[in-house]
Write a protein that binds this ligand. Sequence first.
Ligand SMILES: *Cc1c(COP(=O)(O)O)cnc(C)c1O
Length: 396
Amino acid sequence: MDGHEREFVSEVFDSNWIAPLGPMVDGFEAALAAYTGVKHAATMSSGTAAIHLALILLGVKPGDYVICQSFTFSATANPIRYLGATPVFVDSEAETWNMCPIALEKAIRACKNGEIAQDHLQNSKPTPKTGQHQTTDRSSPVSTNLKPKAILPVHLYGMPAKMDQINAIAAKHDIPVIEDAAEALGSHINGKPCGSFGDLGILSFNGNKIITTSGGGALLANDEEKIKKARFLATQARDPAPHYQHSEIGYNYRMSNILAGVGRGQMQVLPERIQQRRANFDFYNDLLKDVPGLSFLPEPEGYFSNRWLTTILVDPAKTGGITRETIRLALEADNIESRPLWKPMHQQPVFASYPFFSTGVSNKLFEQGLCLPSGSSLTPADHERISTVLKNVLKM
Ligand SMILES: *Cc1c(COP(=O)(O)O)cnc(C)c1O
């Protein structure tokens, strides 16, 4: 927190607008729309809730295919299963670590040609144990709708995905795009902000993100009808009537007016947070760029990453046997936390049976990748401590 958040939160208390809507929510939504250049924003209780509603708005039903980046956090994929739809995972390409347009095209064709339905259903059928009572079959029903209902690319670690290519493929096949920009607020491609490329964009303000409201998210769209519908569904789908009447299943997904106050304060420090995160990247890059076997993710021409987390790849064939675990454990021994990169969804026990279109990239990233300490609040003294451990373990 920076300090301005308190002023906005005090304003909420003074006005006694303590509710999951109110003037502070309106103000935060206006600030998000202005920042991302998208016409409308609806704040939500989480980024996950925003993805869930985005899928509902696109009419995703049980058995439908939704194409999803495999290399991501599980929150991207879980809402596909909330709806009983089938995630079709697509691997990454090496330049941005995000959805590979070539693998995407293959996945769409395979769905449309009915090439993957049978495989997947065989894999996902639960095998009943002997003597076990046969209850409901939880596997996805056979889809009658072969064309995928949505494409879900992610800007992982703040690096923009290849949105021009992905959008071109989506347009060719007439499939809407939901852009998971949870980690990429402030990132852009040639000045066009992440969150503004898809038919629907989603943001997260969870505690670990570049700005936070402790928990929260937002749905972005130029289509006003979609945002109106999202607000309706997020407030229990109340029909316009003096009594409580419901013709649709609703959700309680709106953001609290108090938290929106925190969000408005955080918007003021977003440029500074991006600068701090990018300074972390520069620190590690300067320190480690000449170490054989270590590599960073450079920004492709025209791409700007908020560098939410600084990540490195460690190739033991070139480091003399030092692996990312050697480095992680050396940091841990000095009570410094670092983590492997996201484990791709196709490797997760809960998603392993779903279709996957591989390039080999995300397997390698998970094997060799490490997220280095990347908080906005890292001090020069912290950098010094981390640098000592890294120099030691890498024998620099
Ligand atoms: C954090 C995150 C989400 C989910 O956001 P929550 O607000 O935590 O629900 C979705 N996708 C990605 C890539 C994320 O990192």
